[in-house]
Design a protein around this ligand. Sequence first.
Ligand SMILES: CC(C)(COP(=O)(O)OP(=O)(O)OC[C@H]1O[C@@H](n2cnc3c(N)ncnc32)[C@H](O)[C@@H]1OP(=O)(O)O)[C@@H](O)C(=O)NCCC(=O)NCCS
Length: 218
Amino acid sequence: MTSTVRPTTAVVERASVSDIPELITVWWDAFGSEHMQRIFPQTPDGRLWLERAFKQFLGPAPGPNELKTECLIVRSPDTGIPVAIAIYRIVPAGSDAAKQSWRARWPAVDDLPDFSDAAVNGFFSPMEKAHAHVLGDRGHVFLEVLGTIEAFQKRGYGTALVKWGTDLADQLRVECYLDASPAGKPLYEANGYAEQDVSAIIEKQSAASMLRPKKSQD
Ligand SMILES: CC(C)(COP(=O)(O)OP(=O)(O)OC[C@H]1O[C@@H](n2cnc3c(N)ncnc32)[C@H](O)[C@@H]1OP(=O)(O)O)[C@@H](O)C(=O)NCCC(=O)NCCS
């Protein structure tokens, strides 16, 4: 596959708890469509849920065979404010389905009236089904969230965050997986991901299941 390699100034770093307000700004900007706002409302409840989520992701490291979350950012070179985020899950081989489920990965919405648990479940469940169908219990690097503030898109920030994960997967010699939006798909294809056919188990997909094979032995 041919892809244009452009120089980028993007520096990928781990986010910290003090970045959480800006992480929410990036999330709300990148995922601000009407459809996404119906599921993840941009209201005080929506903010509280994201604060809880990011605190969970940036909290204490899990045990050695547990699913690990990495919350990464690229900052604006001018202001130092985060303008792009990626949330990765490093999934160990043999990890049980309950520990990988969206309910284990994300905070509950039960006490947040602006949310509908059915809507959130309707968002995550088909992707979860496709994901399990493609990977079973093989260890892998899962890129769960990628977003760049619109004003900072097309500068290579998304690519740098995608490459962080493919480099890690190559070191670990595991596959990479993600659920792609139409906006993200070309970027993922340029970085070695290919769409998987999950039509046997999912009737109407909202996102494309994409897998990147593990690096072959050199
Ligand atoms: C998808 C998304 C994360 C990409 O982020 P980004 O920071 O713009 O990514 P990049 O700049 O690395 O690449 C985007 C495009 O710009 C191009 N590009 C990269 N650097 C460039 C530069 N310096 N000049 C011009 N174009 C450039 C890339 O080649 C790529 O082109 P392609 O889409 O044809 O493959 C961003 O569009 C986004 O947040 N969208 C909304 C949320 C979303 O859909 N997220 C993905 C969920 S799976």
